[in-house]
Design a protein around this ligand. Structure first.
Ligand SMILES: [Zn+2]
Length: 169
């Protein structure tokens, strides 16, 4: 059997990431209900690994259905697990200068009224420099929400983002 029609490759611009939303529906033998879980994984390789791991833990397989974006595995005991994966795009590029805001460590959350003043359609990412250029002022601590991404102890941050998060006037 040729698999050529099912093969594809994902290529992205710097600053654009593809991740995969994996939905797993598990109906154990004799159960009336299907348990559905969703999670985000980094690559198709990781999807395959998670399927492999689950298969090792379950009993004998009676039938497997392969599709481009899903897999159904029927086990000898009557249980069924279905995996489905869909790509989702994360575009970290600054709307104005195009810099990869993730790569320069400028991932942050400002209050809606601040963001909507700069980006009325609410979409996209801006680096600190371009957000300030749109606002016509320097950001300070009160512009940022108390979202976890702004937590001072978390992850790497650009020098200017750290400065703005701590600026009191
Ligand atoms: Zn920018």
């Amino acid at each position: 059997m040729s698999n050529d029609s099912a093969s594809f490759e994902v290529r992205t611009e710097p600053g654009v990431q593809i991740k995969w939303v994996v939905t797993v529906s598990d109906r154990p033998a004799g159960a009336d209900e299907t348990v559905t879980t969703k999670r985000l994984v980094e690559s198709l390789h990781e999807v395959e690994r998670s399927i492999e791991k689950t298969l090792c833990d379950r009993g004998r397989i009676s039938r497997t259905v392969y599709r481009a974006n899903s897999r159904d595995v029927h086990f000898a005991d009557g249980s069924v697990i279905e995996w489905n994966w869909q790509p989702t795009t994360f575009d970290w590029r600054c709307l104005d200068c195009g810099v990869d805001t993730d790569a320069i460590d400028e991932y942050y959350m400002v209050h809606d009224q601040v963001w909507l003043q700069a980006a009325p359609d609410g979409k996209g990412q801006l680096c600190i420099g371009c957000l300030e250029a749109r606002l016509g002022r320097t950001l300070s601590a009160t512009d940022f929400t108390d979202a976890e991404v702004n937590n001072p102890g978390l992850g790497a941050r650009s020098v200017r983002l750290v400065d703005r998060l701590n600026r009191t006037e």
